[in-house]
Design a protein around this ligand. Sequence first.
Ligand SMILES: O=C(O)CCC(=O)C(=O)O
Length: 265
Amino acid sequence: MRVAVCQLNAREDRSANLAMARDLLTRAADAGADLAVLPEYTDYLGPASGAPKPEPVDGEYGTFFADVARELGIWVHAGSFHETGPDADHIYNTSLVFNRSGELAAAYRKIHLYDVEIPGKVSFHESRTVAPGDTPVVVDIDGVPLGLSICYDLRFPELYRRLADDGAAKLLVVPAAFMAHTGRDHWEILLRARAIENQCYVLAAGQIGNHEPARTCFGRSMIIDPWGTVLAQAPDTTTIAVADLDLDRLETIRLELPSLANRRI
Ligand SMILES: O=C(O)CCC(=O)C(=O)O
């Protein structure tokens, strides 16, 4: 299976963001990818005051990526978008996955919300405008189980253990808009830890660069194997990173170093 992670800089112009995403997905398909992954909030990353009107899963955002998946004939993980929430003040931060025919294969609502106060560095209160999801999701991609998560979820290993355990996930996906301040020290180490401890491939697609009013995203989108080795990493620009996943290698690692089987629960 060949996979691609797409790295982009979404801003306030939703049509421009979608056009950029389509361009990267096309590049991924041209490179022979079976599955391509977009970052968190591919629809819009800008001031809360200009945020797009939230939509249902089958709204414009979903329809756009369903069409792209069908046209390109690849699996598309459409990052995340502003989904209609449970009340007027809250949306859901939701990922959608489309199969090669453009059918919706899965939807996942971000469970862990980024409520952080690091004086002078990060002040973020996601739960003021976003309601948490409550359901871990694993989706079958051409016979390979893919576990879903979004950005801050990365800090909660119990979610990934559940995806790998109950869901039998072999791939874990992390669409993100990871802050540069925390990303510098935590992004790669957390991604590689999730890969090693769950003996899974990890596909991490991040936003890159500045977004109004005051957010800088770390980028460094990467694909990691179950041994924790980085197979591909995007440079600091709008681009894709591509890697071939070897499921036999995953089984060999699980057989030779059976840490999942050696657990004492
Ligand atoms: O966990 C972090 O440091 C960043 C998380 C984040 O930016 C997000 O969830 O939007």
